[in-house]
Design a protein around this ligand. Sequence first.
Ligand SMILES: Nc1ncnc2c1ncn2[C@@H]1O[C@H](COP(=O)(O)OP(=O)(O)OP(=O)(O)O)[C@@H](O)[C@H]1O
Ligand SMILES: [Mg+2]
Length: 229
Amino acid sequence: MIVSLRDISKAFDGEQVISGLSIDIEKEEFVSILGSSGCGKTTLLRIIAGLLKPDSGEVKRFCEKVAFVFQDDRLIPWKTVISNITAVSQQEVATSCIERVGLREALNKYPSQLSGGMKKRVGLARALAFGGDLLLMDEPFGSLDVVTKEKMIELVVELRNKSGFGALLVTHDPFEAAELSSRVIVVGKAFRTVKEFRFGHPEKRDLSDNMNCAQSLMEELRTISSQLE
Ligand SMILES: Nc1ncnc2c1ncn2[C@@H]1O[C@H](COP(=O)(O)OP(=O)(O)OP(=O)(O)O)[C@@H](O)[C@H]1O
Ligand SMILES: [Mg+2]
């Protein structure tokens, strides 16, 4: 096991954002979380990373390094792309990761000179360069065109197969979740409803299998959404 959450609760300003949640992530497992906007997904990742304390419950991490692709990029504005990444890794690794996300031309640019999708890719490169046993990704492929998104997904899969890190992906895209994960967790508001889909190793599925998995996820999302109305 790489991370274990037991009975986690978190409220902001008296509003319950996570309520009695227990989740385990196994070593080398790829788990995705799908849920509506504002249901507490980013809050959960921050708790797992140790950036936020839950009000109650227990978080156990069985790994030394946790890499994080933040939803809002969090690049250092006064540092160039390469300096943002060498802040967490060695030069050689940083350069290689920037090349792998297709940003060699932008090496010496500042975040303010980048498009939204480019900033996303720098955030991904930084997390991959940092390495670690657990990769937390908060909508890492949002604002990417479909071809670039496919390339980034292939990169994550390749590195995961090579290094065997565990991963937790937050996404709004059921097909992306199906394509990447062995387990997908569909959550309702404040994580009060949690439904797990165990799809098995993604390498063993083809396009049509993934479309069927995505369909089941979509149905669950519709059910949860109708319960909220
Ligand atoms: N630091 C904070 N202070 C006060 N409220 C917060 C804070 N962080 C999050 N919230 C609230 O907690 C709830 C869940 O926020 P969170 O960012 O976890 O949602 P999310 O599921 O990641 O949504 P999205 O899909 O839109 O990114 C929201 O109502 C948000 O306003
Ligand atoms: Mg979020």
